[in-house]
Design a protein around this ligand. Sequence first.
Ligand code: SF4
Ligand code: SF4
Length: 63
Amino acid sequence: MKPTIEILDHCNACGACVEICPVSCLKLNNSLLEVTNEEVCFGCRKCEDVCPNEAIRIKGIVP
Ligand code: SF4
Ligand code: SF4
């Protein structure tokens, strides 16, 4: 099952996950976080780990 990326409402667009994603799945657009390339997400969970607000979740992969 392919991972899916969920961004929660309390994301404050700090950009940390954008910087750390090795395959550029995420980007900031006018101070909003957007998913741009979900199909290349391979579920590494670095975005979850780096987020200071627990505002991003990767779903659909076996832990
Ligand atoms: S799980 Fe990894 S590949 Fe997927 S969006 Fe997060 S940092 Fe990028
Ligand atoms: S690291 Fe967390 S708070 Fe920062 S942009 Fe990503 S999801 Fe939003």
